[in-house]
Design a protein around this ligand. Structure first.
Ligand code: AMP
Length: 143
């Protein structure tokens, strides 16, 4: 089956253009990272390349090295910020896999022994909680 084209009005494209707000924790020339508004656990962060692609399947492979370095940076920061026991890194491609936003992104979720993930795209988190969690991650990224 042929996959749909990249939609320049997807919600992460709008966040990248600054048209809608996000709780941003990291940015460089090629990547941004911000809090997932429906976290599957405290500190759930999304790492998003600036280059447009629908998902992993149509992305230019030249972006992957830097993207994965940024994922590692954010994973280390969330682990430290939340005193986590581990970190889950996930990425979905097309609806059958669970993808709901069609701009490539990587989920980075702190994990704690014996505590399961909450459902994917479950409940909206309170903005004040996201503000506090973003600040913890920014602080961990500085140290
Ligand atoms: P996926 O299903 O892999 O495409 O994941 C999309 C993720 O984006 C979900 O975990 C949503 O909770 C999250 N999400 C949707 N809208 C926003 C938004 N405006 N800001 C931050 N995260 C969002």
């Amino acid at each position: 089956m042929t996959e749909a084209a990249y939609d320049t009005d997807n919600i992460f494209a709008k966040i990248l253009r600054g048209e809608i707000p996000s709780h941003r924790v990291y940015e460089d020339d090629a990547v941004i990272a911000f809090m997932d508004v429906m976290p599957q656990g405290p500190g759930h962060t999304l790492v998003v390349p600036k280059a447009p692609s629908r998902n992993l399947l149509d992305a230019d492979p030249s972006i992957f090295g830097h993207l994965l370095s940024a994922v590692q940076k954010v994973a280390l920061a969330v682990k430290k910020a939340f005193g986590a026991d581990g970190v889950t890194v996930m990425q979905f491609n097309e609806p059958a896999s669970g993808q709901t936003v069609y701009h490539l992104h990587v989920h980075v979720i702190p994990r704690f022994d014996g505590i399961p993930l909450k459902p994917h795209t479950g409940e909206m988190e309170k903005p004040e909680i996201l503000v506090g969690n973003a600040e913890k991650i920014r602080t961990a990224l500085k140290n």
